[in-house]
Design a protein around this ligand. Structure first.
Ligand code: MG
Length: 403
């Protein structure tokens, strides 16, 4: 049960409103610190991925970073391309001159790493160049040669402070660090804990979103280890909101414009900090460290003449596919004709003041009354209604169009 006094809620809202204009400039900066365009900002203007035009668009947006993929030709030219092949030519087995027979959809030739870096090393450009070194499909040794040549070129162009190195191949990042111990390196594969990365001198995690959903504890661990937190490739607004709320340093996306909007809307951009959440990622019963139950029927159906008996059975409350399901059933149970569930954070989490976000899909139909609400944490001592109540949402199933 949550303790919150309505009077102070309005006071807090007024204060936030007064400062909202002052915060606006800072919010814009906030989005620019977060967004990394995946293979450049190509989508909105229908540019080819990994083109110099897509890099220039990311720079024009003023975002935190623009990602690109580096491969090496048979004659040791470093070029920018995601796939191992370019117009059916296997890059590692082709000469650079052979690749020039073809163009990207905007008539650019396949960019070299040198031309790509020079396009991003403009004065007053704060967009980091997020350089993914693709492992060689020929040999581990060749992967390390590619890493060495990339680091050498970046050093020659004095671009060390502008580049973030990322790779799925751990040995590539370790070689980068041997050559430049200060290099900003982020690992992509998702199989190393933050402690392991820290021990090896890697500077950050850039893992698939699903890795963080299955290992939410790595988020805190990364922060404790002062590792940069980045996630790929995040194109859905709800996923963006979740990563923003969890204080990620960077988010890699094909939708840099959408992410900029979500970042500026996020409570985090106003200095708020996430203190509790449940994304319902573990299937089965609700997480018992976060949720308990009201059981039975209460007095007079909890004061509402309710006809159901509330249980803690998985039949009535279960987590599946990232959602908490609360299921009312028509069945005979302990003298009642229906069952359902009331899940509560009582004695597990309470707070005073803050912002709450709940996303829920509601049933309709006579007899249903889904609701999300808060009660004072002192309810066990003073009982309801003295503990106070704040309703977030109630819907009478018989009146589905009334809010
Ligand atoms: Mg990439």
């Amino acid at each position: 049960m949550l303790n919150k006094h309505i009077k102070y809620f309005f006071v807090l809202t007024s204060i936030l409103f007064c400062f909202s204009l002052a915060l606006k400039a800072e919010q814009q900066e906030y989005s620019k610190r977060i967004v990394v365009a995946h293979r450049g900002a190509w989508k909105t203007n229908n540019l080819p991925e990994n083109s110099i035009a897509s890099l220039k668009q990311a720079v024009a947006l003023g975002i935190a970073g623009s990602e690109f993929d580096v491969r090496m030709t048979a004659d040791d030219s470093l070029v920018i391309n995601h796939d191992a092949s370019f117009h059916n030519l296997e890059i590692e087995k082709s000469k650079y001159s052979q690749l020039l027979a073809f163009s990207l959809s905007n008539e650019e030739k396949i960019p070299t790493l040198r031309s790509y870096l020079l396009a991003g090393l403009l004065p007053r450009n704060n967009t980091k160049l997020v350089c993914e070194i693709k492992p060689s499909e020929v040999s581990r040794e060749r992967s390390l040669v590619i890493a060495q040549r990339v680091v050498s070129l970046i050093k020659a162009l004095k671009a060390q402070d502008k580049v973030v190195y990322i790779s799925f191949e751990y040995a590539i990042l370790k070689r980068v660090l041997e050559l430049n111990p200060k290099a900003n390196t982020q690992y992509l594969y998702g199989d190393k804990t933050p402690d392991e990365l820290k021990a090896d001198g890697i500077k950050g995690l850039d893992y698939n979103l699903s890795v963080y959903k299955s290992h939410p504890e790595w988020i805190e661990s990364a922060k404790k280890n002062r590792l940069q937190l980045n996630a790929w490739t995040v194109n859905d607004a709800a996923d963006m909101d979740w990563l923003l709320a969890n204080g990620f340093d960077l988010i890699t996306t094909n939708e840099p414009e959408l992410l900029s909007i979500r970042a500026n809307l996020s409570p985090v951009s106003n200095g708020l900090k996430l203190v509790w959440s449940d994304e319902f990622n573990q299937a089965g019963s609700p997480d018992s460290t976060k949720w308990g139950y009201n059981l039975g029927n209460g007095q007079d159906g909890w004061g509402n003449q309710e006809k159901e008996y509330y249980t803690n059975r998985i039949d009535n409350a279960f987590v599946k596919d990232g959602l908490l399901n609360i299921k009312a059933k028509k069945e005979n149970y302990k003298g009642y004709g229906y069952t359902s569930a009331r899940v509560v954070t009582e004695n597990k989490f309470a707070f005073t003041y803050g912002t709450i976000e709940v996303s829920a899909r509601l049933p309709i139909g006579v007899g249903t009354w889904p609701a999300v609400w808060m009660l004072g944490a002192n309810i066990a001592k003073v009982n309801w209604p003295a503990c106070g109540e704040l309703d977030i949402m109630e819907l009478k199933g018989s009146e589905p169009n009334k809010s």
